[in-house]
Design a binder for this molecule. Structure first.
Ligand SMILES: Nc1ncnc2c1ncn2[C@@H]1O[C@H](COP(=O)(O)OP(=O)(O)O)[C@@H](O)[C@H]1O
Ligand SMILES: [Mg+2]
Length: 338
């Protein structure tokens, strides 16, 4: 549905060349909620803005619905953009217009008949649960309500793709959750493919089925969200995963371990199934050796359970190797260095 083919974007800022995106190739399939995560300045906004040709690549192509969007102009571009809507971190509403007028705006620009506009706007406001605010001005709305208006406006043209540029960064955690719920509903009930960029891993964890990690203009890791949470490869991906999966061994415990070094300490990640209560006793029984649980963290990722254990395994070197050999076939683990 969306395909980046060797896309590069270089800005020329006062004769200083900024490589915002470099050699980007990946695809987003119909029905995906695809998250791109990265720190500020990674090139995320540039990437998403190339999908509706708000920015054009310096090299390569962005293909949307089988059209090279960066080659389209005038009417062809307007037509393609009807299918692709966007929402923003700061909502981008017209403050001098009511909720109704903001949502109606794209339809007025499309020259939709007035009575159709009324029907559509009322229908979408009901969908985003904002019907009672129809004649209110944006300044009298909360952040979450403003974003709902932004979303309603984006849906007015019945898009098949919704681009979201940090849509919850200005919102508190509870409001963020309700907006994520709405985006999920849009994906499932309206069959809209979503590309969302963010620096918050909880957004990816709660919303997305696929993800890419962006660093300095490049995609450094990409794949299924569950797989990446179970087995992050790059250091930056591990940092993002650890920002939401709290599997830290508490400091007092660490100090104790350093003072009395004994055995091997592992972080083990188990994705899927509900292993939290049976895993350690089974391991102890199987290998007849002492295994202490130093920390356990149980998390939901895409309707699956990810349990992360920190374990201290003691015993002879041979015994410890038996345990780690067994674990390495089944789970993802890393040794914790004290
Ligand atoms: N219009 C522009 N002109 C010059 N440099 C830009 C422009 N837009 C973005 N950049 C630069 O490109 C890099 C990537 O920016 P951006 O895509 O906004 O990243 P992100 O959204 O991940 O924070 C940054 O170094 C930024 O300063
Ligand atoms: Mg940005």
């Amino acid at each position: 549905m969306i395909r980046f083919e060797n896309v590069g974007k270089i800005y020329d800022a006062n004769n200083l060349k900024v490589h915002a995106c470099t050699n980007i190739s990946f695809s987003i399939e119909k029905g995906d909620i695809f998250g791109v995560i990265g720190y500020s300045g990674a090139g995320k906004s540039t990437l998403i803005r190339m999908v509706n040709a708000l920015e054009r690549p310096s090299s390569g192509n962005v293909i949307v619905n089988n059209e090279i969007i960066n080659n389209l102009k005038n009417d062809d571009l307007i037509k393609a953009r009807k299918n692709i809507s966007m929402i923003f971190q700061n909502f981008n509403l017209l403050n001098s217009r009511t909720v109704y007028e903001n949502v109606a705006m794209p339809l007025i620009l499309n020259k939709t008949p007035k009575k159709d506009i009324k029907k559509k706007v009322n229908e979408i406001l009901e969908f985003v649960e904002l019907s009672e605010k129809v004649n209110v001005y944006p300044s009298n709305l909360s952040g979450g309500q403003k974003q709902r208006v932004g979303i309603a406006r984006a849906l007015a043209t019945n898009p098949t793709i919704l681009l979201c540029d940090e849509p919850t960064s200005a919102l508190d955690p509870r409001t963020t959750e309700s907006i994520l719920g709405l985006l999920k509903k849009i994906n499932q009930e309206l069959d809209v493919t979503i590309l969302i960029i963010t620096h918050q891993m909880n957004i990816v964890q709660n919303l997305c089925n696929k993800m890419a990690v962006m660093e300095e203009g490049r995609i450094v890791e990409i794949g299924d969200v569950k797989k990446i949470f179970a087995k992050p490869r790059e250091a930056i991906t591990k940092t993002f995963v650890n920002s939401v999966i709290d599997n830290k061994i508490p400091d007092p415990v660490l100090i104790g371990l350093r003072e009395k070094k004994n055995g091997k300490i592992l972080t083990v990640r188990c994705m899927g199934g509900n292993v939290c209560d049976t895993f350690v006793p089974e391991l102890r029984n199987k290998f007849d050796t002492e295994i202490n649980t130093l920390s356990v963290s149980v998390n939901e990722v895409q309707n699956a359970i990810l349990t992360v254990f920190s374990l201290q395994i003691t015993g002879s070197d041979r015994k410890i190797k038996e345990v780690t050999d067994y674990l390495s076939n089944l789970y993802e683990y890393e040794e914790v260095l004290l």
